[in-house]
Design a protein around this ligand. Structure first.
Ligand SMILES: [Zn+2]
Length: 158
């Protein structure tokens, strides 16, 4: 089964980039340690953390991956290596804001929800069933592809 994660409050950028790769990562910027540990246990998620105090908690001790360093690009590489994540296998399949899996949205439904130029030139559209945010290809996607390629090294091809 695919590994599911919950990231601690210090790891927002890591959580976001893991979501870019399609990983299932919960993240709450203001969650406290007790709630984080309880939520991880309740939902079968592995805790990603930089917090040396948190990992001493009894219920976190056997259920965490300790992330080293403050550079999110290093952090991304560590998690990818440890869990054998293929960075482009599920690229942009999740909402970057809330982690839900995206669904295809027909052009008619995107009308009125994106700028006319985008509607005329982009396809396909995908939407988040949880927060309603719409996603489409274009420069944003290209930039993320380039940044991810730089992050994970030249040996990987999308
Ligand atoms: Zn969303």
């Amino acid at each position: 089964m695919e590994q599911r994660f919950i990231a601690d409050a210090m790891l927002g950028k890591l959580a976001r980039w893991l979501r870019v790769m399609g990983c299932d990562v919960e993240y709450f910027p203001a969650i406290d340690d007790r709630e984080l540990v309880a939520r991880a246990e309740r939902n079968g998620r592995l805790i990603l953390t930089r917090d040396t105090l948190l990992v001493r908690r009894r219920r976190a001790r056997e259920n965490h991956f300790f992330v080293g360093g403050d550079d999110y690009r290093d952090q991304v590489r560590q998690v990818m290596a440890a869990f054998a994540i293929d960075p482009f296998a599920h690229f942009l399949s999740r909402c970057l804001e809330c982690n839900a899996l995206l669904v295809d949205v027909p052009r008619e439904e995107a009308a009125g929800r994106v700028p006319p130029y985008v509607l005329a030139t982009q396809e396909p559209f995908q939407g988040c069933p949880a927060c309603g945010r719409l996603y489409w290809s274009g420069t944003h996607r290209e930039r993320m592809t380039e940044e991810l390629k730089r992050m994970v090294g030249p040996q990987v091809t999308p």
